[in-house]
Design a protein around this ligand. Structure first.
Ligand SMILES: [Zn+2]
Length: 269
């Protein structure tokens, strides 16, 4: 205890004991000694533990918004589907195949392998001919139903995931969508176009085209749905794209019927 005297004329005395959190001003009516006072009021005198602000934990691992990527391959199966599957297998990534009825009939073993290895099964129509597919809503539905019948024949399963030839805009208008989507189909376009059909001779161009769009989506925390094609030229650049996406922490997932479909019409059916 360190007793301190203030002006005697005021009749107060001050006691201070830092280790007991005591600063006591007392007059002649004080009945307890400082020792007894600190013992009696120890709980009140001791300051409360300071509140430590909780820092929110931001997971560094993949799976956060904008870091799930959906690879999609159109126009297959083809003579090089096997090599494509080998690459996907090597990098242990998922992908969804929008397949053409005619090509499924031509490469049945590839369709079976795609199904057996658990990749996503989806439809791209039968003919890929604009004037046939978009001739009428009924024609479009007939192409999807026909492709689905082929898929079912080869794998035992059917699908409700579709992508129309050349994408759904501008031709897959409301009357088409009403006809086809009311049959339970879900329409998927993309938000990253690799242009792998256009820059077949230029892997760098394909790579940069993909990554530029992926990086733009990252800023808005949007998951990329990447359009590529089941073709030979894509095999050359694919490992480089997969390595980069993995390094950046993306996880690769299948498109499923339970997801809200991404399409140019914002048709959520
Ligand atoms: Zn196509």
């Amino acid at each position: 205890m360190v007793p301190l005297k203030v002006s005697a004329s005021l009749g107060y005395s001050i006691s201070y004991a830092g280790d007991k959190y005591l600063l006591r001003v007392k007059d002649s009516s004080a009945q307890l000694t400082d020792g007894a006072f600190t013992d009696k009021y120890a709980a009140e005198l001791k300051p409360k533990a300071p509140v430590v602000p909780v820092t929110p934990v931001t997971p560094a691992e993949p799976g956060k918004p904008g870091r799930t990527v959906y690879l999609t391959f159109d126009d297959g199966p083809s003579a090089t589907t096997g090599e494509l599957l080998d690459i996907l297998h090597k990098y242990n990534v998922e992908a969804t195949f929008f397949m053409l009825g005619n090509n499924m009939n031509e490469h049945p073993a590839q369709v079976k392998r795609i199904a057996k290895e658990g990749y996503g099964l989806a439809l791209h129509g039968v003919t890929h001919r604009k004037e046939k597919f978009y001739a009428s809503p009924s024609a479009a539905l007939a192409e999807m139903s026909g492709a689905n019948a082929t898929l079912k024949k080869l794998t035992g399963v059917s699908t409700t995931l579709i992508r129309t030839p050349y994408g759904s805009k501008p031709y897959f208008t409301k009357s088409f969508r009403d006809k086809v989507l009311t049959q339970g189909y879900h329409l998927w376009d993309w938000n990253v176009d690799s242009y792998d059909w256009k820059y077949k001779q230029n892997s760098d161009r394909i790579y940069n085209t993909v990554m530029d769009q992926v990086n733009k989506l990252k800023a808005s925390k949007t998951n990329p749905v990447i359009l590529m094609h089941d073709q030979k030229a894509t095999l050359k650049v694919l490992p480089r794209i997969l390595e980069k996406l993995k390094k950046e922490g993306y996880t690769f997932k299948l498109i499923t019927k339970d997801m809200e479909p991404l399409n140019f019409w914002k048709d959520k059916r």
